[in-house]
Design a protein around this ligand. Structure first.
Ligand code: SF4
Length: 382
């Protein structure tokens, strides 16, 4: 059945509504630089320059789901624990919404009683809640926030330490606190697929905050976005670029049918550098592949479990399935369909699928799916 915008409501895609609402959210139309825009220097430059967002076809479904989960969790934490959530911070060059601010007892005591948190923190803490897919979960647990995520939270914390909460309706009682002495930043990662929660905390570091400020200043000083670094590898190689609203402006100029990255070549020196990078990367890859294959072979008969910092798991090794041709012939005969003289499995499967019928399957005698190694960070011991 074809789904169109003019169909009956039941056949509309729910994503049409989600995308329309997403397009109206402030971050989709803003031209002022927000702390969350610091994912890429050039992208920040395009935002400041008010460049038109021409990539409107990006698949935003995962990001929209992340926003729903994020908003739901924060709202419940606000209601149940009295956390300060989604509070605005700003100065003359930067603004943003801090996910969570947890006040210590001394600072909370300066608020009207009804606004005090249920559980004050040991020290004033700025928290960022990030939802992640299970595809990247192991990397998140091992290596923590990316440089851009760290920069964003440092900027929030720095705005709170230098200015305090913004003077806007709904948070004037917070603004009256003045600059707030943030001592700790915390990342709360939540896996979108399993709900697993992982915390990482850092003491606030003034030097790192100054570095984040310096990053913003460099962006603001640039005369055009094109003077700024592309911090990601471009369409087809980076999901951030694939979903960037400025991807066409950023990577314009490639010959039709050629990768966008070909615009990075301006002469033989660029070719020489790319070739040298290729050779170096190939050598590292070859050595890494050898080590992985050797380690995999060594571990082949080891049971699952924690070993040192890592957890060893095994997947696959299940019975393989194949199309049950005899059952399919019976199904054809029952349905009054013509069975080919020599059964053509692929064509018959196609007929059943088009008719909306189940294709019969059976275990493939003596065949197993490939056994796969699954390595993750060691789970906490019982
Ligand atoms: S396309 Fe990629 S490199 Fe270019 S501005 Fe966007 S995120 Fe940055």
């Amino acid at each position: 059945m074809t789904t169109t915008k003019t169909s009956a409501p039941a056949t509309l895609s729910i994503w049409d509504a989600a995308h329309a609402a997403d397009a109206r959210r402030p971050r989709s139309t803003q031209t002022q630089l927000g702390a969350s825009d610091t994912i890429c220097s050039r992208r920040a430059g395009y935002i400041l320059a008010g460049t038109e967002r021409t990539n409107t076809a990006a698949d935003k479904r995962a990001a929209i789901l992340g926003t729903y989960i994020h908003n739901g969790l924060l709202e419940d934490a606000r209601r149940e624990y009295g956390w300060l959530v989604e509070r605005m911070v700003a100065d003359t060059t930067l603004r943003g919404h801090v996910d969570v601010v947890q006040l210590d007892a001394a600072t909370a005591a300066r608020l009207p009683k009804r606004h005090r948190p249920v559980h004050p923190a040991e020290v004033v803490t700025v928290e960022d809640v990030k939802t992640k897919s299970s595809r990247v979960w192991d990397r998140v647990v091992r290596y923590g926030p990316t440089a851009a995520e760290m920069r964003q939270v440092l900027l929030y914390a720095d705005l709170l330490r230098t200015v305090g909460f913004a003077d806007i309706p709904g948070q004037r009682y917070l603004h009256r606190l003045g600059p707030v002495n943030v001592q700790r930043i915390r990342f709360r990662f939540v896996c979108r697929d399993t709900g697993e929660e992982h915390l990482q905390e850092f003491a606030f570091d003034e030097w790192l905050a100054a570095e984040a400020r310096w990053w913003v200043d460099r962006v603001r000083e640039a005369e055009s976005p094109e003077q700024l670094r592309r911090d990601h590898d471009g369409p087809g190689l980076s999901a951030i670029c694939d979903n960037c609203p400025f991807v066409y402006a950023c990577w314009a100029g490639a010959a039709p049918g050629r990768p966008a990255q070909t615009v990075l070549v301006h002469g033989d020196a660029d070719r020489a550098k790319a070739l040298a990078d290729y050779v170096r990367a190939h050598e590292r890859y070859r050595e890494a592949k050898r080590v992985k294959e050797l380690s995999r072979a060594i571990l082949d008969d080891s049971p699952e479990g924690n070993y040192g910092e890592n957890h060893l798991g095994w997947g696959g090794g299940n019975d393989k399935e194949e199309t049950d041709v005899a059952a399919m012939v019976e199904q054809f005969e029952d349905a009054g369909l013509v069975v080919p003289m020599i059964p053509d499995t692929q064509a018959m499967v196609g007929v059943l699928r088009r008719a909306g019928m189940v294709v019969p399957r059976r275990k493939a005698a003596g065949q197993k799916t490939a056994r796969t190694i699954k390595v993750s960070r060691a789970r906490s011991r019982p």
